[in-house]
Design a protein around this ligand. Structure first.
Ligand SMILES: NC(=O)c1ccc[n+]([C@@H]2O[C@H](COP(=O)([O-])OP(=O)(O)OC[C@H]3O[C@@H](n4cnc5c(N)ncnc54)[C@H](OP(=O)(O)O)[C@@H]3O)[C@@H](O)[C@H]2O)c1
Length: 232
């Protein structure tokens, strides 16, 4: 049984990670910013009352992260896996309508917040068994593959997250904590839309297998859902 914290766990990819890890017997701390509205998580908590804790966390709010870390610490001495999943996108960006506010907001949620969340949970992760930190990035963060589309804020924020992941991997190597930037594929969620290639069930099943198999020397990789490396 793994002890796992997932951010943005109330819908989409985070919810499906929560569901599948619960199904196979893991202990889940499902973080979301509005627990009262998290109907699917409450249904899962009814089904798995001993293994699911719903934790309030707004990832851009330090006080909320601190309170979440305290809440998790009251229930476990260690985390084996931290999945920084919460993220946002902005559509329709062009050079003539770019806004500082949107650019900063996406950097905050997608790149800065995973690092600050990690900072507050690192001591719990360091005590885990074969501990891992998974930053859910995007193929849109790849500079090499950037040959179409705009998505200024989203792409650049995920590139920043990739750099943060690699930097964190370097720092945490001596503590034997594996850090990977993982692209979930194009998945049918509110963000991915109905036309996306992958159903959450398949993408998450594949990522869980991939995460299970990660070894010490995988740290610092930029991978996608099916195990293939992505070019930075
Ligand atoms: N779907 C895809 O095709 C795709 C492709 C590549 C990468 N990704 C990445 O995968 C991750 C999950 O995406 P998704 O498709 O599941 O998106 P989604 O369906 O839009 O869900 C996003 C999740 O992030 C949470 N969130 C957003 N801002 C937050 C904040 N400030 N504090 C706490 N939680 C916050 C949302 O909570 P609320 O319900 O409270 O808003 C929600 O739980 C993201 O990092 C995304 O960039 C997705």
């Amino acid at each position: 049984m793994q002890r796992i914290l997932i951010t943005g766990a109330n819908r989409g990819i985070g919810l499906e990670f929560t569901r599948q890890y619960l199904e196979r017997g893991d202990r889940i701390f499902a973080a979301c910013r509005n627990p009262d509205a998290a109907a699917e998580l409450h249904a899962l908590a009814d089904a798995y009352p001993d293994r699911l804790s719903i934790i309030q966390m707004e990832v851009t709010d330090d006080a909320s992260i601190v309170a979440a870390a305290d809440a998790v610490r009251r229930e476990t001495k260690a985390l084996d896996l931290l999945i920084n999943n919460a993220g946002i996108i902005s559509h329709g960006e062009r050079i003539d309508n770019l806004s500082r506010e949107t650019l900063m907001r996406l950097f905050d949620v997608n790149a800065v917040s995973p690092m600050i969340v990690t900072q507050h949970f690192i001591n719990l992760v360091a005590k885990g068994r074969s501990p891992k930190i998974i930053n859910i990035t995007s193929g849109a963060g790849s500079l090499e593959n950037k040959d179409e589309g705009t998505f200024y804020s989203y792409g650049a924020s995920k590139s920043a997250l990739n750099m943060f992941s690699k930097t964190l991997a370097n720092e945490l190597r001596s503590r034997r904590i594996v850090v990977v930037a993982l692209h979930p594929g194009w998945v049918q969620t509110d963000m991915g839309g109905r036309g996306a290639h992958l159903k959450p069930e398949r993408a998450i099943r594949s990522m869980i297998q991939l995460i299970d198999g990660l070894k010490k020397n995988d740290t610092g990789r930029y991978l996608q859902w099916d195990g293939r490396d992505l070019p930075w």
